[in-house]
Design a protein around this ligand. Structure first.
Ligand code: GLU
Length: 493
């Protein structure tokens, strides 16, 4: 560790949407920083201009703020070690590449793209896998400088040892041995003067005094190059921890970067803004993601953010992959949602109801929410749960839903006709409604279900609905009786 204080960074490349894989990496860094009262730094690695996506920054910063993963230093926040966007640090990389060139740890490569392509083709034909043939590695310093000054295009490459091994220690995976003989002299600075990820990443981690690197597993193979760069500069590398990959729910393959289709045609979210849009609570998503590759004690699942911070540690990160599990997330989200005070829940569902075009008042929602929250998984479920209370006309439903087993439409219609006079009560409360309907059941000498099922379907348009008597009270007499009337018409048609 090159500093006393814990300083970690999340270093996304703005090339696309903010995927939950990246969000999990950000979260682990955030939890670790807060656990150690350290700093969580956001650094934008935008050196790959070809893959730059102008929307990516918005998706990223909105996603981080939805998740509550606020950064201490970085874009919009400033800090002692800025700028925090790599494209604004080109002079720094230039100064640093010069050090490596001067020391002979790097060399200019004047090979044209055409020549490199030809080498690649030849290697492919001969089935060898050695990459660049190191054609420019032994140019004299004088010639290299002369050609550069004459304006010839060049890249700068690392001059890696040609053989031998290097051992890198990863806090999660332990010691990993790499064979230099299998590595290439990778490009550090591209022909346009822009550094590659590898070079900018190492320089910045050192200059920003990063103490621990926690990042995705896909970077493990870059370790020997990165460690060699630290060695060339004479810098002490940060502690490394490569996080286990996240698998698809099937357990097969890395979690997809495209929204997944469910059997019913709906889409499973994979990007942070899709989870937000679907009405997942960020605390639930954070709790769920914290358990993707980390655990507290193999049994505790629900933890508040403070508990996660208190308990988070590197040594409980697993080296085996973790599969995303929508059922588990949904169950957790439902639990979190039910723990919210009704006022809070109401204010969170309002945007969903507004965009569905519903009319409502907060008071009305406060009365309705206890009826439906048991059945809600996400905030957006409020739309499908509350529509029957907020929109006068029910959506068309299948008439057979009105019919309890072994009954005919005619029988059910005549039962429903008896409901009308029974509910002509001035006090339309759940208790009174229950009393009247139970009395009716015994008068008609039927089983409760034979009467209650058609009433439930008549007023809700579906069988799965909140408790009947409360529902009727919440709907009010006019809507309830009108809907029962409509059901009778439907049965008779
Ligand atoms: N820019 C890299 C990425 O988006 C960061 C890798 C790292 O954290 O070193 O994956």
């Amino acid at each position: 560790m090159n500093t006393e204080q814990v300083r970690v960074r999340f270093a996304p490349s703005p090339t696309g949407d903010f995927h939950v894989g990246g969000a999990r990496t950000a979260l682990f860094n955030y939890l670790f920083a807060h656990h150690h009262s350290g700093k969580f730094i956001l650094r934008i690695e935008d050196t790959d201009q070809k893959r730059f996506n102008p929307d990516a920054m918005g998706w990223l910063t909105n996603g981080l703020s939805y998740l509550g993963l606020d950064w201490d230093e970085g874009p919009g926040k400033g800090g002692e070690f800025g700028p925090y966007v790599q494209s604004e640090r080109l002079n720094i990389y230039n100064e640093h590449i010069q050090i490596l060139l001067d020391k002979g740890f790097a060399y200019r490569c004047f090979c044209t793209p055409e020549r490199l392509e030809q080498v690649r083709e030849e290697h492919k034909a001969n089935k060898v896998d050695i990459g660049y043939d190191r054609h420019c590695r032994n140019l004299s310093n004088d010639e290299s400088i002369k050609r550069a000054e004459a304006g010839e295009a060049f890249t700068v490459r690392i001059k890696l040892p040609l053989d031998g091994n290097t051992t890198v220690t990863d806090a999660i995976r332990g010691d990993i041995v790499f064979d230099y003989g299998r590595l290439q002299d990778s490009v550090l600075i591209k022909a346009d003067g822009i550094p590659t990820y590898h070079f900018a990443n190492v320089v910045d981690d050192h200059l920003m005094k990063i103490s621990h690197i926690m990042r995705g597993d896909e970077w493990v193979n870059s370790l020997p190059l990165h460690m060699y760069l630290y060695q060339c500069f004479g810098w002490e590398p940060p502690i490394l921890a490569h996080l286990p990959i996240i698998l698809n729910p099937s357990g097969k393959g890395k979690m997809s970067k495209r929204a997944q289709r469910a059997p019913d045609g709906s889409e499973y979210p994979v990007f942070v803004r899709q989870f937000e849009g679907a009405g997942y609570l960020s605390d639930a998503l954070v709790n769920f993601m914290a358990l993707l590759g980390w655990s507290f004690d193999d049994k505790t699942e629900e933890m508040t953010r403070d508990e996660l911070i208190q308990r988070f540690s590197l040594d409980r990160i697993s080296s085996s992959p973790a599969a995303w599990n929508y059922e588990k997330l949904n169950a957790m989200n439902g639990d979190y949602l039910r723990q919210l005070p009704n006022e809070d829940l109401v204010s969170r569902i309002e945007p969903f109801l507004t965009s569905a075009g519903f009319d409502y008042t907060q008071d009305r929602l406060l009365k309705l929410i206890p009826l439906v929250k048991e059945r809600m998984t996400t905030l957006s479920d409020s739309v499908n749960q509350l529509d029957i209370f907020l929109v006068e006309d029910l959506k068309p439903y299948d008439v057979t839903l009105l019919l309890p087993k072994k009954t005919t439409a005619g029988e059910t219609a005549s039962l429903l006709k008896a409901v009308h006079p029974a509910l002509e009560i001035s006090e339309f409360t759940q208790e009174k409604i229950e009393e009247m309907l139970r009395r009716l059941v015994s008068e008609l000498d039927v089983k409760a279900g034979q009467l209650f099922q058609p009433i439930r379907v008549a007023v809700c348009g579906r069988k799965a609905a909140p408790p009947l008597f409360e529902t009727l009270e919440a709907l009010g007499k006019t809507w309830s009786l009108n809907r029962i009337g409509n059901a009778i018409t439907l049965l008779e048609s």
